[in-house]
Write a protein that binds this ligand. Structure first.
Ligand code: ZN
Length: 83
């Protein structure tokens, strides 16, 4: 992962990190432009959203949607799926 210093736009390196939750991490960074900048700062790396959910999530979603249907609707759906 490439990090650019937000102050001088030169290359920075991640010196350490702190996992805040399964989907959020603080990245402690050091600017490599030591003579003219030398800043240290924290970036946040965070999960944003799925493009395709995991297979098990799709299956669980389908099962809970089907279970929420009235019995007659489930019977009709079964007919649509298997005939
Ligand atoms: Zn810098």
């Amino acid at each position: 992962m490439r990090v650019t210093c937000p102050h001088c736009q030169q290359k920075a390196v991640i010196t350490s990190s702190n996992q805040l939750s399964p989907a959020v991490k603080d990245l402690y960074c050091q600017c490599m432009n030591t003579e003219q900048c030398g800043a240290s700062f924290v970036f946040v790396l965070a999960f944003k959203h799925d493009l395709n959910p995991p297979h098990h999530s799709t299956r669980q979603l389908a099962v809970s949607l089907i279970r929420s249907l009235p019995a007659e609707e489930r019977r009709l759906l079964q007919g649509d799926l298997f005939n």
